[in-house]
Design a binder for this molecule. Structure first.
Ligand code: SF4
Ligand code: SF4
Length: 212
């Protein structure tokens, strides 16, 4: 989700690259699941998250929706999927009763990132540390690349930048449409193109995304 933020209030003021070490280590969250017990729809999913969820659960975007694992909502002026959260305090639908993530190896990008954020500036992005998030005390230093645990990180980061640009352009285009029916059609077409039309899960994601 795009946010207007005051970097001085929420971060240590530094920008980081994936090779940098940051104090985020929290002993693998043992005994804590606070950030997964959300009460609002803040974990917006991107196309790679959907590809990974479909591959990990051997399912489709429509099945994820129909089985209430994800939901649709308007975020940043576009219709986008987000993780479903229970309002009874249980939090994310993928959180086990023991407080562990049941999809850890293919969890979404936002979950991998937390408590880091991404800031987009001058045609590229950096990572930053959200100092008011994870309350774990005495955090240890971890390399961001290791924290994210994403294969082919440079390819993934190039995709993130591409997605950011596509998303920004679509937001601009959608904001110019004032006819309700036309806007619904635009939003539905965007959703279909990048999320709903199934990806071939036997083929790498990035080349398919580029084709779209
Ligand atoms: S709040 Fe921090 S320690 Fe707790 S689950 Fe989230 S990342 Fe782990
Ligand atoms: S997908 Fe996993 S890590 Fe992300 S919020 Fe849900 S339980 Fe937590």
């Amino acid at each position: 989700m795009i946010r207007d933020i005051n970097m001085e209030e929420i971060s240590d003021g530094k920008r980081y690259r994936s090779a940098d070490m940051v104090k985020i280590g929290c002993a693998e969250c043992k005994g804590c699941s606070e950030c997964c017990r959300l009460t609002d729809d803040t974990i917006i999913l991107d196309p790679y998250d959907i590809y990974e969820l479909c591959r990990g659960l051997n399912t489709t975007f429509d099945s994820l929706l129909n089985n209430s694992m994800i939901e649709l909502g308007i975020a940043d002026g576009l219709m986008l999927p987000h993780l479903k959260v229970d309002t009874d305090g249980h939090g994310c639908t993928f959180l086990s009763p023991e407080g562990r993530c049941t999809i850890h190896s293919f969890r979404p990008g936002f979950c991998r990132l937390y408590p880091l954020g991404r800031i987009y500036e001058n045609g590229s992005f950096s990572y930053f540390l959200q100092i008011n998030e994870c309350p774990y005390p005495n955090k240890t230093k971890v390399k961001i690349k290791k924290w994210l645990g994403i294969e082919n990180l440079s390819e993934y980061e190039a995709y993130i930048m591409k997605w950011h640009k596509i998303h920004a352009k679509a937001r601009e285009e959608a904001a110019l449409i004032h006819d309700h029916r036309e806007l619904s059609g635009y939003l539905a077409a965007f959703l279909r193109r990048y999320f709903q039309i199934p990806y071939d899960l036997t083929r790498p994601f990035h080349e398919q995304f580029t084709q779209r």
